[in-house]
Write a protein that binds this ligand. Structure first.
Ligand code: NAD
Ligand code: UDX
Length: 476
């Protein structure tokens, strides 16, 4: 036990908990501590109750907790830091709600700053530690708004306020996290690459060697770069991925009007090795806690630096995302002349399949738009919960508190489809492909029922056969 290299994660959310669990499971030689200010969250991890749904988590959790016994969850943050040789900062950096500066495009760094202050207070020149930022990169502009300062400089600034010799206490490293929810365990076990951004001096080289040691059992390639590249690289990676989705989404209506199929298009271009097959699925829009936030901040940074044309380029990716939602919502609304007599069922509220996470889900926009029009809206999702539903609607600024024309049905199909006039697939859950639509159609409105597949996952013909008056399949 004593003398084991110890790492701690400050933050036990998606990134902090999952990266720590995988590290503990794969590296029995390490001691891993996960800490958070949220007592409920720590309790649920300690009691072996998962605070969110993530496939394949069970096995890795079991290896770490019961087999290797090298992980613990705690709210004692300073103790955890005290014990550690390396500290991962994995706190949340949500989009800023307060629109005083940055037109709401900045990320809110207050949780991040607070975590750094705690870390600063534990600085000890007698025990040099590695401080690894995993939270998404944010450029901080100075007062004049002209000099961009990466997250590592922000941390250094905070450390300098408390410590006369911050560099003796900490070496700041950037290691962006590339996991995607729903496939996080596979992403973490077999990462495409591990990016390590360090200072370029001798200390930086040595620190890189230590980090390679932390991940010694992982078979992957390391990309060692200077800190600023690592930070900006992560922002660019998310921007590129989001751009692919907006690109395919921009073709969906053209496919619908010309008789082409957007899946065929994806196959055709995706077979080109230079393009690649992933992230070419048309959708009602991309959601999740990262893409929109990171694009917003990229656009904000570019605008702030006077790089206007580049800012316009990336803002079009966001524009297309917004446009797609509007277009599809209008299309659905146009099918029903009497909203107040119409019941609509939305299948899926999570921002993608295989996660209970609903942060920035595009479906919230549809739910709100349909409720506002006066439809009765029922929402089904196999994993998302009611509390998360209400929180997310509020987060996205949709005020439905005074409305009575909706019902969150959780995983209850019977409740969700009773007397409904339409199914709208919003999330691509596998069970929405395999569920018994004959059964569902029987429970729906007998005179008129439509089907809108906004993820293009089901076949139209069998549905038409079951008596759906119209079957819309995105991009077809
Ligand atoms: P999260 O909201 O799930 O978790 C963050 C946790 O940090 C929360 O539990 C919160 O209580 C805790 N926290 C806040 N302040 C703290 C403090 N001072 N001390 C200790 N704990 C504190 O967020 P997340 O999804 O894990 O994201 C964390 C960071 O990683 C963000 O910057 C995000 O942009 C980035 N990121 C997220 C993903 C993803 O898929 N979710 C992927 C890559 C990168
Ligand atoms: C993303 C990045 O993929 C990950 O590398 C980064 O670390 C965090 O942000 P995440 O948001 O968890 O991960 O999920 P992702 O699979 O990227 O999906 C984001 C959104 O894009 C979802 O709403 C998803 O439905 C949508 N999407 C994805 C599409 O619409 N089409 C696609 O082809 C792929």
């Amino acid at each position: 036990e004593e003398g084991k290299f110890t790492v701690c994660s400050v933050g036990a959310g998606y990134v902090g908990s999952l990266t720590s669990i995988i590290l503990a499971a794969q590296q029995p030689n390490l001691k891993v501590i996960v800490c958070d200010v949220n007592q409920d969250l720590i309790n649920s991890w300690s009691d072996q109750r998962y605070p969110f749904y993530e496939p394949e988590l069970d096995r890795q959790f079991d290896i770490a907790v019961n087999q290797n016994k090298n992980i613990k969850f705690t709210t004692k943050i300073t103790d955890a830091i005290q014990e550690s040789d390396a500290i991962f900062i994995c706190v949340n950096t949500p989009p800023k709600k307060d629109l005083i500066s940055g037109l709401g495009k900045e990320s809110d760094m207050k949780y991040f700053d607070l975590a750094c202050q705690t870390i600063a207070s534990m600085g000890d020149p007698k025990k040099h530690r590695i401080l690894i930022e995993k939270s998404t990169f944010q450029i901080q502009l100075n007062i004049l708004g002209t000099v961009p300062v990466g997250t590592h400089k922000r941390i250094h600034g905070i450390l300098s306020q408390k410590l006369s010799n911050p560099d003796d206490c900490y070496t700041i490293v950037s290691m962006p996290e590339f996991l995607a929810e729903g496939v996080a365990i596979q992403n973490l076990l077999f990462p495409d690459r591990i990016v390590v951004g360090t200072p370029t001096d001798k200390n930086g080289m040595e620190t890189f060697e230590v980090i390679k040691g932390i991940y010694s059992n992982f078979q992957t390639k390391f990309i060692h770069v200077k800190t600023a590249s690592s930070e900006l690289g992560k922002l660019f990676a998310n921007a590129m991925l989001a751009q692919r989705i907006s690109s395919i989404n921009s073709m969906s209506q053209l496919c619908e009007t010309t008789g082409a199929s957007v899946q065929d298009l994806s196959k055709i271009v995706g077979s080109d090795k230079r393009i690649g097959q992933y992230f070419l699925n048309a959708s009602p829009a991309f959601g999740g806690s990262c893409f929109e936030k990171d694009l917003q901040s990229l656009v904000y940074i570019l605008e702030s630096l006077g790089q206007t044309d580049q800012a316009m380029y990336w803002s079009q990716v966001l524009h297309m995302n917004q446009f797609q939602k509007r277009r599809l919502l209008d299309m659905i609304i146009s099918e029903f002349p009497n909203p107040s007599e119409t019941v609509l069922t939305i299948f899926g509220f999570a921002f993608k399949k295989n996660t209970s996470d609903t942060r920035m889900t595009p479906i919230a926009y549809f739910v709100n738009g349909l409720i506002e029009k006066g439809f009765f809206v029922r929402i089904h999702d196999p994993q998302a919960n009611e509390r998360g539903f209400y929180l997310e609607m509020e987060m996205q600024g949709f005020d439905i508190a005074e409305r009575f024309n909706f019902q969150f049905c959780g995983s209850d199909y019977n409740k969700a489809v009773a007397n409904s006039n339409a199914i709208i697939i919003g999330t691509e859950w596998d069970e929405y492909i395999t569920t018994n639509y004959r059964n569902i159609r029987d429970q729906m409105n007998q005179s008129r029922a439509l089907f809108f597949d906004l993820r293009s996952i089901v076949d139209e013909e069998p549905l038409k056969y079951l008596g759906f008056e119209k079957v819309f399949k995105l991009g077809n």
